[in-house]
Write a protein that binds this ligand. Structure first.
Ligand code: FMN
Length: 170
């Protein structure tokens, strides 16, 4: 699929079939993710995923599922890989995590799956449930085959115009 088509097709899916996602598709997605850029190629992320109800409960700290999805990824930052740019003092881990999550989201579209990016979860509970040492859960990516009832939320269509957000500086 062309990237333009992926951008046009993708929307936040909030209703999934229980149909399991094939491991080959998960592997394909992760193979696309590993090629994503990160600042200084630091790769400060770890991805955990679950496709069983018990695994999903652990990842989501007690929630049975998100929108019936059969597959949940948790994207974590690696605490010891946080670093500050010497000149600016800036830290880029959250930008890196956003790139990884976005790549995963578009990769899911590429292999014919729906997804929704979820930050409304309790990272501390997830960390405790999984006994994570040195990792901070940053966001979830909830993935699966969209159900027949799946459709974009009205918010999906509420887009600023290019003229509103993009400005040429001359
Ligand atoms: C950082 C981030 C956090 C989000 N958290 C949630 C969430 O917790 N729950 C949810 O249903 N959607 C969540 N979303 C999805 C957004 O609501 C959605 O992308 C936005 O409304 C645009 O709609 P669209 O994805 O259908 O184009 C999140 C998206 C992003 C980028």
């Amino acid at each position: 699929m062309h990237f333009k088509d992926i951008c046009n097709q993708r929307y936040s899916v909030r209703s999934f079939l229980s149909k399991p996602v094939e491991q080959e598709k998960i592997d394909e997605i992760l193979d696309m993710v590993k090629k994503a850029p990160t600042a200084r190629n630091n790769q400060p992320y770890e991805i955990l995923y679950a496709k069983t109800p018990a695994g999903i409960q652990k990842l989501t700290a007690g929630r049975d599922s998100f929108f019936g999805a059969p597959l949940v990824f948790v994207i974590c930052s690696i605490d010891e890989k946080r670093w500050h740019n010497r000149q600016s003092g800036r830290e880029f881990t959250l930008q890196d995590i956003g790139i990884i999550a976005t790549t995963l989201m578009y990769a899911a579209t590429e292999v014919g799956l729906g997804s929704v990016y979820v930050c409304a979860f309790d990272p501390i509970k997830t960390k405790e449930a999984l006994h994570l040492e040195g990792l901070t859960p940053e966001c979830l990516m909830v993935v699966g085959y969209p159900s027949d009832a799946a459709e974009p939320a009205p918010m999906h269509f509420d887009r600023r115009s290019v003229e509103d957000f993009a400005h040429e500086i001359i």
